[in-house]
Design a protein around this ligand. Sequence first.
Ligand code: NAI
Ligand code: MG
Length: 519
Amino acid sequence: MTAILSDETTRDTTARPHYRMFIGGEWVDATEHYDIVDPATEEVVATAAKGGVEHVDLAVAAAKRAFESGEWRTTPPARRADVLDEVVAIIGGRVDELTRLGTVENGAPLRLSAALSVGFPLTHIQYFADLLRKYEWQRPGPVAGQVLHASFTRREPLGVCAAIVPWNFPLVLAVWKAVPAIAAGNSVVIKVDEKTPIGTLEIAKILGEAGLPDGVLNVVTGDGPTVGAHLVAHPDVRKVSFTGSTATGREVMRLASGTIKRLTLELGGKGPNIVLDDADLDVAVDGSLYAFLLHAGQSCESGTRLLLPDSLHDEFVQRLVARARTLRVGDPLDPATDIGPVMSAVQRDRILGYIERGRQEGASVVLGGGSPSGPEYAKGFWVEPTLFTGVTNDMCIAREEIFGPVLSILRYGSVDEAVAIANDTEYGLSAGVWSRDVGRALEVAERLEAGSVWINDWHNLSQYMPFGGYKQSGSGRELGPDALDAYTEEKAITIDLSGSLDRRAYGLVLGTSPEVAEG
Ligand code: NAI
Ligand code: MG
């Protein structure tokens, strides 16, 4: 078995670690391998197994066996929660190492990586453990009724659940899917993105160390359209949780329809960010930059359409540009860095293509607009923070998810107009409002078609709050107090207490009911 150790994953290493898949408690290799590339340097920092559909079949079979054995699902919930507590403790002992791994894997700057690879996983897993401790597995229904009976509902795990996660927040998103599923007693197969398997494999290892039985969690690495699609369509998979693009989400929905699987989908976004004319400009300028620049804009819930009132437009843009110029784009392992690289050459070229498109559509670049120049950017995948003014909501840069550090700035006259522009999108994941008058901001917030609305803030994803999209941004919610419901079925059990079949509908059919005799 290949050891997965921190010192193997630093950039200084000469011997590259090789990561295998985790199936049925074993580390399983494939004949073909992926290169894992550090997006800041283009160096191959590790290799990983390139799994095939046969590995999906193995993983689903292992998950099904584990579920049917009942070992985990019949473990008392409080004891299952203890295992999750242990996971939290182990993560807490590996803070620096996991943070660094996250940065090397997808270019998130260290300060952000500390949240993504440690802070969020740790607090979210702790929250799921707490939810599990107080989860209402059974609820009483009414007793009596016309024919004396008692009833109750019972929550049960679904069976084998599939999780498909992307590369932008691989570890956090794997946790959001796999941990509530496991907490509820299910078995899970995660298909990670082929570019970012490392953090998720670490978590799988940690769960094993904490006492999760073999086969309850399995991780397969492989291509989306083949291996991912095979997992989604697998007849033994009862539920699919997917985060990624809306286009792939649509395909996942189609593939899942064959066996009517339960679905949770977290898809794309084009978050409208409305600055009201009474906003605190110091807070709103910084907040609007934060809204679209976190992780170089590679976040589904970014604020990528900035809506400014005519009265503030010029001053606000000027201040945005001045402030954005102070941000440091560079080595994500340097704690002073604000913005790191984008994930890959494919993503960089896609973003640059959108910037070109914006110019062609007649919008003006007032900051950035390309790849930064200089020796420190000779290697790696870089895009400058880019601001477009003169954007109208029909332009492609206002309608499509760019997934890079690109902001489209639109102007509005009235608040009604701002709300109409904000809602004129196929997406509905996030939105924001900035105002000194919270009552006024709330009125706007209530009119926005989005799963999360932040007032005078952005990216505040709390474990206590549900997260998910309206419209084509997805279906279902993750996190929040109902997170375990998404991984359980609800069964209604009704018990007759009358001891008689009289006075029932089928009594009428059989002709035994007094009503029939009288009637
Ligand atoms: P994607 O949506 O194609 O990939 C996400 C995950 O789905 C990956 O693990 C991938 O291997 C898997 N996948 C791909 N095709 C599949 C299929 N037919 N069946 C099952 N699984 C499949 O996203 P991609 O190609 O990495 O990025 C393209 C664009 O998607 C980005 O530029 C961005 O706009 C958007 N995106 C949005 C994300 C979000 O959080 N909303 C995350 C990642 C990408
Ligand atoms: Mg794709």
